[in-house]
Write a protein that binds this ligand. Sequence first.
Ligand code: HEM
Length: 413
Amino acid sequence: ADATLSDTPPARSAADQLLLEVLLSPHGPAGPYPAYRRLRQAAPVHVSASGVVVLSRYRDCDTALRDRALGKADESLGFRLSPVPPELSQRALHRFRRTMLFRNPPDHHRLRTLVADVFTTRHIRDLRSSVVTAVEALLDSIADKRDADIITDLALPLPVSVIGDLLGLPEHGRAAAAPMVRDLMAPLEPAADAAAIERAANAEDQLADYLGEIIADKRRRPGEDLLSRLATARGRDTLDHDECVGTAILLFAAGFETTTNLIGNGTTALLEHPDQAARLRSTPDLAANAVEELLRWDAPVQTNGRTALAATTIGDTVIEPGQVVLMLLGSANRDPDRYGNAEELDLARPNPTPLSFGGGIHYCLGAALARMEAAEALPRLLARFPNLAARGEPTRRTGLSFRGLTSLPVHAS
Ligand code: HEM
């Protein structure tokens, strides 16, 4: 059954109340961070009335991510605030659920190793010059416009083109698939309702049609790209049809939505902290560390879920098999027990190592790629436009799990 908070008894605890506040209204000017702070203080390991274990401290999230007793089950996808009919939950995302993101060993290992070498730091380094070319071309068109939108003119098209090239997707059709990805990912939000899950199921069908056709082409005429590899996998690496299409969907989806939010949230933070932007302008060598600190400051993925496959403990809290664990990564990243001046943005902070890419066996496969895209895009954006300034109000996406903007208007000069 789905784990829910809304089925808690009427006398909800103060900590449950705080948690609901975090999950439902993360969009004030300060984001979810003030509510995280209060939750960390009031109940750092909070067991909701329905049995969901909510972790908000760095060390607890870090421990949970590495704990092999905590794994993936339908419940980790299904943690939500309001109940959804089980048949709908089951139907939704039946291909996506077959991917590494939702599997435990040994399937997880088989599915991940098939594509993992493409995402190693060494291989990603080889993509750098083509990413720089793509960034410069996007900055050229921003310079022509002057009144631009960081999301639609840079943060979205850059990762779409990079992952599109890696997968071997024809240029046309890529951009049209982007909104489907947004619908597809919506069930990962605790606040997703039945309508959102229905939309996700439809989006998965559309993405499966789009990518399935390209995969069939690659099977006939394989190239050097990732979809060709998925299409022609043999022997121990064999994928069944749903695994193949699901993996293509996962790589396409994970490859840009989150990176878009890193570049968008990162630009917002730099606009709000002109001293830090000036620092990065004058010291481009700070780029790699700056990206880590920006990942800590406003993580693109704020939550991560697991289900106990066996009994385990986090601190003094015993977790029984089947219990859902919700990790508030964005809260862990601001934990004062881990970070001095946790509520300050400091691009030169030594060793930020945020939990923004998760941890353990599901540690983000695309971390090196996302870091490289942001490290090439952000300093170049600042260097090209010394007077970059916000123009009007940004538009924020709803939801907590994926934190980002759909529009960030700027004046670029
Ligand atoms: C997994 C975040 C970019 C592919 C994850 C996880 C997180 C994450 C938190 C762990 C999920 C879990 O444990 O359940 C991010 C962020 C990104 C980003 C914040 C950008 C800033 C990318 C990119 C790709 C990618 C560019 C490229 C294809 C994946 C894949 C997994 C994953 C395939 C599943 C790994 C597994 O289950 O073994 N990501 N990601 N991500 N990410 Fe990313």
